[in-house]
Design a protein around this ligand. Sequence first.
Ligand code: ADP
Ligand code: MG
Length: 700
Amino acid sequence: MVEPMRPEILFPLFTPVSTLKGVGPRVAPLVERLAGPLVRDVLFTAPQSVIRRVGATVDHAVDGQVQTFIVSIDAHQPPSRLGQPWKIRAWDETGFLTLTWFKGHGPHLERQHPVGVRRAVSGKVERFGSEIQVAHPEYLLPEERAGEIPAFEPVYPATAGLPSRTFRRFALEALSRAPELPEWLDPAWQGRERLPAWREAFALAHNPTGEADVSLLSPHRRRLAYDELLAHQLALAQRKAARRAQPAPRVGPSPLAELAEKALPFKLTGAQIRALSEVRGDLASGERMSRLLQGDVGSGKTVVAMLAVTDAAGAGLQSAFMAPTEILARQHYETLAEPLAALGLSVILLTGRDKGAARAAKLAGLANGAHAVAIGTHALFQDDVAFKTLGLAIIDEQHRFGVNERRRLQAKGPQGEDGGVHLLAMSATPIPRTLELTVFGDLDVSRIDEKPPGRTPVATRAVPMPRLPEIIARLKAAAAGGAQAFWICPLVSESEKIDLRAAEDRAADLRQIIGPSVGLVHGQMPAAEKDAVMQAFVEGAVSVLVATTVVEVGVNVPNASIMVIEQAERFGLAQLHQLRGRVGRGARESSCVLLYDLPLSDTAQQRLDILRKSDDGFEIAEKDLELRGGGDPLGLKQSGFPAYRLADPVAHRDLIAVAADDARLILARDPDLSSPRGLAVRTLQELFDWKPASPLHDAG
Ligand code: ADP
Ligand code: MG
């Protein structure tokens, strides 16, 4: 599609903030930091709350409230020493009020507000014993101008040197430059939802007359949120369409895969069968697959990937299977090499450790097609790694890789008409369904929402820290009986050094009681040393593994049956759930102990309860989202979640699916966006100028 030029109607908004009255060289950087570089960005910065100014007499002054009083000036009290405030004593029939200025004010106050005049004063009340004070009153006006003091005032995000009221002036000027735009909403839906027109929505947002008007649930804020969500969904849908137009080799189900499936020591679950058939649909389509396999830890994603690999091999195509760490790559290799070799497929492991002649031999085998599958780490991206006919790229724990890395891998496939590398990504980060569309809107997603049979859920208990000795005693007994345990210490303080010390101290404590089989891994360790400790744990030489923050994602130690997490209340639920997923993979009964510091807040208590009661990652993510509300409860930014300015992923989550449907419909009916509504939609897209950072794809 030809890049449309920005419509002229938007020019007034796409000018630098310095064109706003009062935004000079000193203020401009502050406005830019707060809102962004353009007038549009100032317009897009909506107030977060309102101050309600209540008229009162002095005897009804309430500490901490913003109030307006009508007073007479009684006396000026200039500072007696440098650094002291300038004070005015004022009064009404019910009492005395002190007005205070700490800086930048002086004798001019006495000239402007001489003793005896009546003034309307407004500001935040502070009470010190019997003294009632307003420091730096926001308004101090002649009584007859009291009407100028607004009863409600929006509060904008403020920063030092740029108070909310100053920003408000800029916002109102930005609003005055906002044009009426053609309507891009479906009129019937807009009517049903009672959503105002675009410009009116901003006018209402910037001129609230009460609490309800700053609510994210108000019709005008919903409208603005919807616009942003729609713009984003359109961008995602267009990207998906563009990708679909790229050809890739047609791969049918192969007899090899049938053999591989027969050789499995288990039957595929319903969810695995579903995911596999979706993958196969993509592989056979002639279009490039971009599918995400979403499944909780232990849900069995690897076998689905393996069957896709055998399909590709059946079609004469090589596969590359990437893992974020060496230990994970090695585990995948150990799982896959044998069953694939049984089918006559040669598999190699390629990591940073491969050097010299051995590495050269592996690369030669990939280049001439002798090896069907390469499993490895980032080492697979290197320039001298070439494939004969790469047809499928599999990426485990996809969020650990960047877009560039994936592109480099996909670029290793044959280019041109029959070229193109199918992409299958895997993720165990449970994302609530409502948010999936936003995070992975340009991908096809298969969910494995069923666990293989025979798993006993991990018995989960929350235990207060004072009972630590008891936990350690039990751990000692379990270790003596051959059990293995993870012991997680969180990264909590700002200083990694302090956290590291805490983990080292804990490891030392445990070593004293349990013995020398206690190991320690942390992020500051050289990779080789870390790997060595992990390997000792995998082999059973280490019985208790103390670790800071994250244990290597996805690591499989079937014999580990105990997970202890210190200061569990500090972790996100999704993260706790993933940590817990490291145990409960073997025959032993598994347990998870969530140690918490006292006192525990109500919300923290509820959160730990969710974890005790559920072992479904998606359900946990959903509940966590509801409990925590805004912010970034699930580490979404890290998983590519866009930073919306007007939409809130929680408050507006009902609008996400609507916007996704709407975007699909708009593009289906009018792919070139040339109808009147299509043209309006283009204006919307230009307005947001959306260039989404996608977790898996950039343009093409
Ligand atoms: P993840 O989705 O976390 O990557 P894995 O693919 O590592 O999970 O699978 C976890 C374990 O479950 C493996 O040991 C695997 O062999 C086993 N598994 C996978 N599918 C099934 C199944 N349908 N029935 C029984 N066990 C299965
Ligand atoms: Mg896995």
